[in-house]
Write a protein that binds this ligand. Structure first.
Ligand code: NAP
Length: 204
């Protein structure tokens, strides 16, 4: 008898802060790929952000928990916060395979811009063997995603997929700037995250 694989989404990101664009994307991918759950994994020490100022991981982790709490299919993992050193995705995926076993199939969900940088990711060849990538795309970025897919040949065609998600021109950078300038972030982040940002004095 054939056993169906557990399909698990991994929503990796710096989440500085998490916003409704991330939530809408994760939900769209969950439904499209029939995922059992989506694990949100805030990067503790993002490898490509060395030298940039990133909000302490504990704040980003707490905001991620608050933002996802009401969705019964969303979970937050502190796996990258518990690990020392740079938050390489390959280490996270290996740890999840150890935890869930061979019956699980992983879908790493991330933004199209992040996928553009995939060729430079640590151990990318093995990573493409261990999980699928789902690139959330907006019109205009399809051609460069296709270039990345082509660059990896058959492995790229098998492991990198793109999904047009509802168009929300929201970015964490824009939210940080809005807070700094005293502009509203209402409805761009969940209310609990908005309250947390003001209470903790983030992004001023
Ligand atoms: P980033 O470089 O800050 O983001 C690039 C773009 O993708 C931004 O527009 C960002 O929008 C968007 N984005 C990021 N995560 C997203 C998600 N889950 N869903 C939809 N859009 C997303 O990317 P990052 O957040 O730091 O990194 C993304 C993930 O890739 C993290 O898990 C990180 O650890 C991993 N990564 C791993 C390696 C490696 O292993 N060597 C290298 C680079 C990245 P917002 O700013 O609005 O989020």
């Amino acid at each position: 008898m054939l056993h169906k694989k557990n399909k698990i989404g991994i929503m990796g990101g710096t989440f500085d802060p998490i916003h409704v664009g991330h939530l809408v994307t994760a939900e769209a991918v969950r439904i499209e790929y029939n995922l059992e759950k989506v694990l949100f994994i805030p990067a503790s020490n993002p490898p490509h952000k060395q030298g940039s100022i990133v909000t302490p991981a504990i704040h980003r982790y707490i905001m991620t928990i608050m933002a996802t709490y009401s969705n019964p299919h969303f979970f937050v993992s502190g796996i990258e916060l518990e690990r020392y050193g740079l938050s390489y995705t390959i280490d996270t995926v290996r740890a999840l395979i150890d935890c869930y076993g061979a019956s699980a199939e992983f879908y790493f969900i991330t933004g199209a811009d992040a996928v553009k940088e995939l060729p430079s990711w640590h151990d990318i060849d093995q990573l493409l063997d261990l999980c699928y990538f789902v690139a959330a795309t907006r019109p205009g970025c399809i051609s460069y995603i296709d270039q990345v897919i082509k660059q990896f040949g058959a492995k790229g065609r098998r492991s990198i997929q793109r999904l047009a998600t509802p168009e929300l021109e929201i970015s964490s950078t824009d939210i940080r700037e809005r807070v700094k300038k005293g502009r509203s972030i209402k409805y761009i982040v969940p209310e609990s995250v908005e309250d947390y940002i003001y209470k903790e004095g983030l992004y001023r």
